[in-house]
Design a protein. Structure first.
Length: 158
């Protein structure tokens, strides 16, 4: 499913919701509606966003469901490829997502650097340790509330 498949189209046939979900099979449409209900129940969300398919879908659904109350958070580290980061920023911008960036230091963790089969666990632990204070303390790492691609500021998520 492409990002466009979940993007409301500007035409006169039905609601944006009906148009964007109309391409889904009934079972997938039901799961999509359930996901939106779950996200809506949170009221606000901070999505650990990598630019990959899973986090991009979740961030898109969150933005469509909660608007400004949905924020994506992208890790900044030498472990992340600059081209992949730029692509993640472009996708977030296309979906109109608020995005903050946090500095992560997983390369300083010998367990991560050992490149073992559980490397992803240590990377995610580093990221989530940096994210935890973000909503309540005005940001973590570089922090900041920004539109995708803009330089985050120190003020944190507002």
């Amino acid at each position: 499913m492409a990002l466009e498949d979940l993007t409301p189209r500007d035409d006169t046939e039905g609601s944006a919701e009906a148009r964007s979900v109309g391409a889904l099979t009934p079972p997938v449409a039901a799961k999509y509606a359930q996901l939106r209900a779950i996200v809506r129940a949170f009221g606000s969300v901070l999505v650990a966003y990598s630019g990959g398919v899973d986090s991009a879908l979740l961030l898109k659904v969150a933005v469509d469901t909660l608007g400004e109350a949905a924020v994506g958070c992208l890790a900044s580290s030498p472990a992340y490829d600059d081209e992949e980061t730029a692509a993640a920023l472009r996708v977030a911008e296309q979906m109109g997502a608020r995005l903050m960036r946090v500095d992560t230091h997983e390369l300083e963790d010998a367990r991560y650097a050992a490149n073992g089969p559980n490397r992803c666990y240590f990377c995610k632990t580093e990221l989530f340790d940096r994210l935890e204070p973000a909503p309540g303390r005005g940001g973590a790492g570089q922090g900041g509330d920004s539109r995708a691609g803009a330089a985050p500021g120190p003020a944190g998520v507002g």
